[in-house]
Design a protein around this ligand. Structure first.
Ligand SMILES: Cc1cc2nc3c(=O)[nH]c(=O)nc-3n(C[C@H](O)[C@H](O)[C@H](O)COP(=O)(O)O)c2cc1C
Length: 315
């Protein structure tokens, strides 16, 4: 039995891999799509765009692309998507009205990433096919005053009947089950996918995820940039306190791929505190999807056990 979201995206498992500039390339996306989820290729970097064509050598399953709308680098992007056989796109960081109609004209499904109720209202008005609703606990670009997934997702679910994908704070069966209860039909994961076997980042970055705790990220707001949630390091704590990112924004590839965690800012979600091992993508997806229904049932059983215990105590 497939949900609306699974039918819309042509996927077996309603788990979407998040876009991450320089990281979300053909290898990671093909691993996710090959395992039955939706791999997403970033198009903010030249490498990402080249990977759109290359991914077809790795999988014939549906793969999506992400377009960061504020980057304004989307001239000609629709032709690139069509020739790569991409049938769904996630748009983020900007006004979805600028591209949704053109993507629809090309037969492409559009999910838009929102971090506030206001952005969700605008995206619905722009005619998108679904929303990715991301709370402030997620890694990467954020609204500094944004609500957590626990608050934002049910707010958006009350606003619209469109299919919703929950993002921010999701890494396992329990958090996927929670997302269903809050109104989503699927989940998107960034931090968990960053720390997968197929992720191209340096082992030191993956190990930082495994070692992190619940206090291990910080929001920084560099001038002229959106707020970002990043790994707590000497550099990021200084940037958070002073507002000055120094030369840190230029060196992100040295951090991602050489493993120098002080070279730049390591985008990372709070959920890193719940990820305790680096596993292959197929294993991660199967564990989460198979486990989510069991977690829903376990929650019901806990409630009933508590309820029966309370009745027994009252007697
Ligand atoms: C290492 C990393 C890099 C990211 N880079 C981007 C990016 O370039 N553009 C973007 O829109 N979001 C970016 N994100 C945010 C993700 O797309 C996603 O929304 C977020 O990770 C979801 O929350 P989670 O980390 O709790 O799973 C990044 C996240 C991480 C962890």
């Amino acid at each position: 039995m497939a949900s609306r979201l699974q039918n819309l995206l042509g996927i077996e498992i309603p788990i979407v891999q998040a876009p991450m500039t320089f990281i979300a390339g053909a290898r990671l996306a093909a691993a996710v799509s090959g395992a039955g989820g939706l791999g997403v290729i970033e198009t903010a970097s030249p490498q990402g765009r080249a990977d759109l064509a290359r991914v077809r050598e790795l999988t014939d399953k549906p793969v999506a692309a992400n377009i960061a709308l504020t980057m304004r680098q989307y001239d000609g992007i629709i032709d690139v998507l069509v020739s790569a056989g991409i049938t769904s796109v996630t748009t983020s960081a900007g006004d979805p009205a600028v591209l949704t109609a053109a993507l629809h004209d090309a037969g492409i499904t559009v999910l838009h990433v929102v971090g506030t109720l206001r952005a969700a209202t605008k995206a619905v008005a722009a005619g998108v096919d679904g929303l990715i609703v991301e709370g402030v606990e997620g890694g990467g670009f954020k609204n500094a005053h944004g609500a957590s997934t626990m608050v934002l997702l049910p707010l958006v679910a009350a606003l619209t009947d469109l299919p919703l994908v929950a993002a921010g704070g999701i890494c396992d069966a329990r958090s996927m089950a929670a997302a269903f209860v809050l109104g989503a039909e699927g989940v998107q994961m960034g931090t968990r996918m960053l720390a997968s076997a197929e992720s191209p980042v340096h082992a030191a970055f993956k190990q930082a995820v495994v070692d992190n705790d619940d206090l291990g990220t910080v929001l920084i707001s560099p001038p002229g940039m959106p707020t970002m949630r990043v790994l707590k390091t000497t550099r990021s704590l200084h940037a958070a306190a002073s507002g000055d990112p120094g030369d840190g924004l230029q060196q992100v590839q040295a951090l991602y791929f050489d493993g120098d965690l002080e070279a730049s800012f390591a985008n990372l979600g709070q959920v890193s505190s719940r990820i305790r091992s680096v596993q292959p993508v197929a294993e991660i997806l199967a564990e989460i999807w198979d486990g989510a229904l069991a977690e829903l049932e376990a929650g019901r059983v806990r409630l009933l056990a508590h309820h029966e215990g309370a009745i027994h105590a009252a007697r």
